[in-house]
Design a protein. Structure first.
Length: 108
């Protein structure tokens, strides 16, 4: 999952890396996620990837549950700050973990 507030960091190398990777599903959050998603959609090497734009962390986790195959990994990798959404990275991580516990508990 990628996204957050744009701090002017060039995301092109990240987009190139994701495009060439084995990652199948990419879930993007505003605001930087919009740029990353568009960059991936414009990259020919990303044509086989499932790129999904969501608006909230809750929606991101629910989407991840739908897309992530059992016994595989879903990684939170924001690539940007989340000021305005969360107090800090710790709060964002804790909310992600809690949403995962709620949404994935029935699979255990």
């Amino acid at each position: 999952m990628y996204g957050g507030n744009d701090r002017g960091v060039n995301q092109l190398s990240l987009i190139e890396h994701i495009s060439k990777s084995d990652i199948e599903n990419i879930i993007c959050l505003p605001k930087t996620g919009e740029y990353i998603a568009q960059g991936l959609r414009n990259n020919i090497e990303s044509q086989n990837k499932n790129i999904v734009m969501v608006q909230t962390m809750e929606e991101a986790v629910k989407t991840a549950k739908e897309l992530t195959k059992q016994d595989t990994i879903c990684l939170l990798s924001p690539a940007a700050a989340s000021y305005g959404y969360f107090k800090n990275f710790k709060e964002r991580g804790n909310i992600f973990k809690e949403l995962c516990k709620i949404n994935f508990k029935e699979q255990n």
